[in-house]
Write a protein that binds this ligand. Structure first.
Ligand SMILES: NC(=O)c1ccc[n+]([C@@H]2O[C@H](COP(=O)([O-])OP(=O)(O)OC[C@H]3O[C@@H](n4cnc5c(N)ncnc54)[C@H](O)[C@@H]3O)[C@@H](O)[C@H]2O)c1
Length: 434
């Protein structure tokens, strides 16, 4: 099938490359000419494991192409996926201007029947808006359908997630649209749930809000574990082994970040409010998430006193491992709080130092985790990159000016840290002395 993807970012490029891998002809469109130039050279504008290989292979086979204009990009497509960003405005409301702009441009270029699919995460009833825009712009007599097909891939494992999804949600208002989309997705052999458009839109926001809630819940329990002297890892395991609850997204730490959960929780809250429902549960989810960042600073102060003039080393800037994405990363808030308190920061991340330096060019970036420890008054672990799991803790102890590790992702063995002569504080496993 010929398909077109509008917006070639983390979701659009993965979607386009994976559909090409399944044998479809795909044109990925983006209005960022530089991005299109990079892609045409066979390079990937962001870090995502496994993506470069399938992009190159499918460009080579002639199944994947790139374009910077919507009319050119959608000309032969039967399905057009809208994959542009929907960031939060300062009010928490999602900014749908890119979706609206793209819908208008698609409407103006439509010459024959196509299914226009919202894959961007959008609030319930956006499908109605998109349909309205298309109706106003499309030429007389040209037919189309609007559909919602939310995406659940995770950065860092996006290709695998796309090709082996738990489920595919297809929100449609016509049989014609559902049969086109089912035909497209059938090769993945995943469960397909067909719903109306509004339900599909809600499924995405409800899923992300639920996962964020799970993270905030276990973080709240971790804070209680610290007070009670219990071990959150054991508590989370014991609770999560209950199949009704499950172990995933049940790791205590410095909270969720990234381009999805924070904005989707606040968008969901906002939409609920607009529609007359006060979703107070989600307000608590946000509050707990923010507190997890603040508690790291409190923990540091408990060991070091005033942070003015102290040097704090940070391991991990990306919002999670295997990505260079720092959008809403906990490290952003934590660095800001440290700087406000007069501390100096130096940091390491295997992939995200470039992206982070766009936000904080002034902090020290080093190419080795041990260099971060050299002369620092504490080491904070903020991302659970595998290479941080097996640090030589005796070496770290020797390098640090004050032997303190605050493990914001609970990845180190507490006994080993203490035996190496370190003060060790994590999230929900107490504060340990050497
Ligand atoms: N990143 C994720 O893990 C993820 C997962 C599931 C869903 N989503 C959702 O998917 C959507 C896209 O997210 P993303 O992370 O891919 O964003 P992104 O910022 O990585 O990519 C968006 C792309 O759209 C392009 N764009 C913007 N306006 C355009 C226009 N008028 N014409 C053509 N291209 C345009 C941008 O240049 C950019 O390349 C969002 O709604 C997001 O919430 C993201």
């Amino acid at each position: 099938m010929e398909i077109s993807i509008i917006g070639s970012g983390h979701v659009g490029l993965v979607t386009g490359a994976c559909f090409a891998e399944l044998g479809n002809g795909v044109v990925c469109v983006d209005n960022d000419e530089k991005k299109i130039e990079i892609l045409r050279k066979g390079e990937i504008p962001f870090y995502e494991p496994g993506l470069e290989e399938i992009v190159r292979a499918n460009v080579g086979e002639g199944r994947l192409r790139f374009a910077s204009s919507i009319p050119e990009g959608i000309k032969n497509a039967r399905v057009v996926f809208i994959c542009v960003g929907t960031p939060a405005l300062s009010s928490g409301k999602p900014d749908l201007s890119a979706v609206e702009k793209v819908s208008k441009a698609i409407g103006e270029s439509l010459t024959e029947y196509k299914v226009i699919v919202e894959k961007s995460t959008v609030p319930v009833k956006t499908g109605e808006k998109v349909e309205g825009i298309l109706r106003r712009t499309v030429r007389n007599g040209v037919e189309f359908d609007v559909a919602s097909n939310p995406e659940f891939l995770r950065e860092g494992s996006a290709v695998k997630d796309f090709l082996k999804p738990d489920r595919i949600i297809i929100g449609v208002s016509s049989r014609r649209a559902s049969s086109v989309l089912v035909e497209l997705y059938e090769p993945l052999c995943a469960p397909i749930l067909i719903t109306d458009i509004k339900s599909a839109e809600l499924i995405k926001h409800a899923s992300n809000a639920f996962l964020a809630m799970k993270i905030s819940f276990i973080n709240a329990v971790a804070n209680l574990c610290d007070l009670a002297g219990a071990d959150i890892k054991k508590v989370a395991k014991g609770v999560g082994l209950d199949k009704r609850i499950g172990e995933s997204f049940f790791e205590a730490g410095v909270g969720y970040g990234g381009s999805c959960f924070p904005k989707d929780v606040s968008a969901f809250l906002h939409i609920a409010n607009e529609m007359g429902y006060n979703f107070t549960l989600l307000k608590e989810v946000e509050k707990i998430n923010h507190y997890q960042r603040e508690r790291v600073i409190k923990d540091l102060e408990e060991f070091l006193g005033e942070l003015e003039g102290r040097t704090i080393g940070i391991l991990g800037l990306a919002f999670k491992p295997f990505t260079d994405d720092v959008r809403e990363s906990p490290a952003i808030d934590i660095v800001k709080m440290l700087q406000d308190k007069g501390a100096k920061v130096k940091a390491h991340d295997p992939a995200a130092m470039n992206t982070f330096s766009d936000l904080y060019p002034e902090i020290g970036y080093v190419s080795d985790p041990y260099e971060v420890a050299q002369g620092a008054d504490a080491l904070l672990i903020l991302t659970s990159w595998p290479q941080y799991h097996y640090l030589n803790l005796k070496k770290i102890k020797k390098l640090l000016a004050f032997p303190l590790i605050i493990d914001g992702r609970n990845i180190l063995d507490a006994t080993k840290a203490v035996n190496a002569g370190l003060y060790y504080s994590s999230i929900g496993r107490g504060k340990l002395k050497p």
